[in-house]
Design a protein. Structure first.
Length: 127
């Protein structure tokens, strides 16, 4: 089943806007609490073969993780977030590889990629 996990969306208006977008698209979502950031994504989504992870891992930034969305749902969600004025910079799709990662590890990887893309964009503008 399609599911969207929300992390650290602390602004209540933004969180409501995102949830409204998801509701309109018929996509269930869950807020993931910091105490669960050390669990594998597969465990958080109830996938078979994943056990709870270590606690204590944390991060402060916003993140949105999508699981089992089809192409139309994926595109519609990205469009809805863009037009709603509730952007979330760090977004990911659950894969066979990252399903075993903790939320904190996924966040670190996405943050690293995001910084690299921003740096590449700045270098490109100056050339």
């Amino acid at each position: 089943m399609a599911t969207v996990l929300l992390y650290n969306i602390k602004n209540p208006d933004k969180r409501m806007t995102i949830k409204r977008c998801l509701f309109r698209l018929g996509l269930p979502c869950r807020d993931v609490e910091p105490a669960a950031f050390g669990h594998p994504l597969g465990y958080l989504l109830g996938l078979e073969g994943y056990a709870p992870g270590e606690s204590g891992e944390s991060f402060e930034g916003e993140m949105l993780v999508m699981h089992n969305l089809n192409r139309l749902q994926f595109g519609a969600l990205l469009d809805a977030l863009r037009t709603s004025g509730a952007p979330v910079a760090l977004k990911a799709v659950v894969t066979e590889t990252n399903a075993s990662w903790s939320s904190a590890r996924l966040y670190q990887e996405l943050e690293k990629e995001h910084r690299a893309l921003q740096s590449a964009g700045k270098r490109k503008k100056h050339t």
